[in-house]
Design a protein around this ligand. Structure first.
Ligand code: B12
Length: 146
């Protein structure tokens, strides 16, 4: 297992889940997180749940950030938290963001769905990198990791 890099604010694993090819938001977030001093393992697009979990274990990550833009997040993320538990990282912070649903669903309903699936925070479309950074900082502080 990789130790936390000295002087860095925290270890983040970032990627886009499933067969989703949208990479622009992912690259923007990577840039913003690195600029702010985080150690980022960016898996890019076409990630499976196991890709995220294996990278999190390997890098002793504080947090996994799952991106999904193409509308199939609910399907792609089924059982994600349970898999983390099985892999021994059940308490890892899980974020999800992007365009999480197709069609006219209410945001509150979408958010509730992903919170019930075990995500700690669910970000709506058009979330700006600074909003994500603020949440990361708050959550790492709350958990005493910073
Ligand atoms: C460019 C684009 C494409 C390009 C992607 C090129 C590439 N290599 O990235 C191409 C042409 C390949 C494409 C294909 C498709 N696309 Co497209 N695409 C877009 C488009 C126009 C822009 C997406 C983008 O880059 N936005 C800019 C970035 C910066 O924004 P973002 O991704 O939303 O990310 C920001 C936030 O959401 C947030 N965020 C993103 N990820 C994460 C992760 C976390 C953890 C957090 C916290 C936050 C976060 O932070 C980012 C920075 O602010 C959008 C429409 C739009 N205007 O948004 C449609 C759109 C995303 N596409 C769509 C669709 C349907 C498709 C296709 C299925 C179309 C088709 N039938 O083939 C395919 C899917 C192919 C695949 N396998 O994924 C839909 C998705 C519908 C939905 N989710 O409800 C959209 C919304 C268009 C629409 N209105 O219908 N697409």
């Amino acid at each position: 297992m990789t130790e936390k890099t000295e002087g860095k604010k925290g270890n983040l694993v970032l990627g886009v889940i499933g067969y989703d090819a949208h990479v622009i938001g992912n690259r923007i977030l990577e840039y913003a997180f690195k600029k702010e001093g985080y150690n980022v393992t960016n898996l890019g697009i076409f990630c499976s749940q196991n890709d995220f979990i294996n990278a999190a274990i390997e890098t002793a990550a504080d947090m996994i950030l799952v991106g999904s833009i193409y509308g199939h997040a609910e399907l792609d993320c089924q059982g994600f938290r349970e898999k983390c538990v099985e892999a021994g990282i059940g308490d890892i912070i899980l974020y999800i963001g992007g365009n999480l649903a197709v069609g006219e669903r209410e945001w509150n309903e979408i958010e509730r769905t992903f919170l019930e699936m075990g995500f700690n925070r669910v970000f709506p479309p058009k979330t700006m990198p600074n909003d994500v950074l603020q949440a990361i900082e708050e959550d790492l502080q709350t958990l005493g990791k910073n």
